[in-house]
Structures are given as C-alpha cells and as structure tokens.
Ligand binder design. Structure first.
Ligand SMILES: NC(=O)c1ccc[n+]([C@@H]2O[C@H](COP(=O)([O-])OP(=O)(O)OC[C@H]3O[C@@H](n4cnc5c(N)ncnc54)[C@H](OP(=O)(O)O)[C@@H]3O)[C@@H](O)[C@H]2O)c1
Length: 234
C-alpha cells in the first residue's frame, strides 16, 4: 500500500498479481481499509507486516516548531501504531507471523536539523523493542530495521552521492530489503543497514561526549532529506 495507485498497480503487475490498497496512512480510515482488503481478498491471512512508509522534512526546532514535530509523528509513528493495532488480530490468527518496523540510525543517534525525524524514529524504535517482548509469546516476531543513508526517491542523498569521499556511506534499497527479511521471517530482533552502522549507536551510548563533539555545528549536510511529497532536498 501507498498513496500513488498507478505505481502500486504497475508493481502488482510486475510481481504477477497482488492486492493493492491506495491510501494515505495518516488518514483516519486507512487502517480499517487495509484490514478489510485483507479479510475480503486474502481470507484474513497476514504473515508479514512491514511498516515502511516514512518521511523527513528538515528543519531546526526554532524555525519549524511543533508543526514539524507533529507532521513527523503522524506518519513515522502514529500511522505505524494505528495500522499495527488494526492488523494485530490477523497477525495473531496467522501465527507464526512477523512485523518489521523501519526506524533509522537517526532513531538511535540524533543530529541537528532533523530532531523531529529523530523523535519519531526514536519513539518507533522504543515501541518496537517493547512490542518484540509482548508479541513473541503470541507467535509474532517483531523486528526493527535501522537504515543509515540509502539513496531512494524520497531520500536521494545527493550531497553524499556526489562526493567521492562520502559515496561509500550510501547503501541500496536491495540491502534494506535483505535486512527486512532478516528482521522478519529471519527472526533477527534488529538490523542496521549497512551493518557497521551499529557502531554509531554503540558509540552514542558508551562515549556520548565524543559523539556530541563530532556532531556539533553539523547536521545540515548529511541529514536524510525529504519524504516523497516534501520540499526538494537542499
Ligand atoms: N532512504 C534513507 O536514507 C533512509 C534512512 C533511514 C530510514 N529510512 C526509512 O525508510 C523508510 C522508507 O524510506 P524511503 O527512503 O524508501 O522513502 P521514499 O522513497 O520517500 O518512500 C516512501 C514510501 O512510503 C510511501 N508513503 C509515504 N507517505 C505515505 C503516506 N502518508 N501513506 C502511505 N504511504 C506513504 C511512498 O509512496 P507514496 O508516495 O505513493 O505514498 C513510498 O512508497 C522510511 O520509513 C524512512 O524513514 C530511510
């Protein structure tokens, strides 16, 4: 599911047939629409839920304020929680099953200029850690994927890709897909993409002063850029 129906239909055709639901996940009725589609077209069977839709809109809190925090929370956290709540009964009834939530390395290490994005991704990571413990006994494995920089439509990572010195930092959607599989049916609790990015999270915990010093004054150049419908990356 996503908002652009035409693209969903093209993908379904490429896959040789799939049920598609075109909806904005931040809308009130979206979770119920997905659940109804699964009940009517898939006999209520659901073995893997991937909560991937997300977006980032740069800006310092002093300039973008609560509006930008709310916008991030609505898509990157609230929508995930609401969809999961609507589909949990189907996942339990279909167990063994899995949920994979896509957070971000920014959900473990915050940078300036993307505090709203980090707030939502930190929330998602914390909630996922708890859900992992709660739903295991019900036969649902809950995994977390924390990508670093990945070149996509919404996060083109132009500043990094254009410079030879930083190009190596940028990963691919295929690698994220592998990580999603590992964190879902593969049974892993969490996966960074690329894997060495876990070092950033560990360093933030064991040497926070060092990380603060390294990030001071920065955050404007390599922060994830935009969501699909956001203003272009600058
Ligand atoms: N790329 C990176 O560097 C990076 C790094 C860390 C984490 N992540 C996370 O990875 C996930 C995927 O990001 P991406 O890089 O693939 O971004 P993307 O290219 O912008 O793709 C976002 C996807 O979500 C859908 N979507 C966006 N808003 C939606 C809404 N309101 N309702 C329903 N669907 C919506 C989009 O389709 P429509 O526009 O058709 O709705 C699109 O399929 C996000 O959660 C992002 O935060 C990405």
């Amino acid at each position: 599911m996503a908002r652009r129906e035409e693209r969903l239909r093209e993908l379904a055709e490429e896959l040789g047939g799939a049920t598609v639901v075109a909806a904005d996940l931040t809308q009130e009725d979206a979770p119920a629409r997905v659940r109804e589609a699964l009940e009517s077209e898939r006999a209520g069977q659901l073995h893997l839920l991937v909560n991937n839709a997300g977006g980032a809109w740069r800006g310092r809190f002093g300039e973008t304020g609560w509006d930008n925090v709310r916008r991030h929370m609505e898509l990157n956290f609230d929508a995930v929680v609401r969809l999961t709540e609507a589909l949990l009964p189907l996942l339990r009834a279909s167990a063994p099953s899995s949920i994979v939530n896509i957070s971000s390395t920014a959900g473990r290490v915050a940078r300036g200029n993307s505090g709203s994005y980090s707030a939502a991704k930190f929330a998602l990571a914390g909630w996922t850690d708890a859900l992992h413990l709660e739903e295991g006994p019900n036969g649902i494995h809950v995994g977390l994927v924390l990508p670093g920089f990945v070149a996509t439509e919404g996060f083109p990572q132009r500043e990094l890709v254009e410079r030879r010195a930083t190009r190596w930092l940028v990963s691919t959607p295929d690698k994220v897909a592998d990580a999603i599989w590992d964190a879902g049916p593969g049974g892993k609790a969490e996966r960074y993409v690329p894997r060495p990015y876990w070092l950033a999270a560990v360093t933030r915990t064991v040497a926070p002063r060092l990380v603060r010093r390294a990030l001071r004054g920065g955050g404007g150049t390599v922060t994830p850029a935009t969501g699909g419908d956001a203003r272009p990356a600058d």
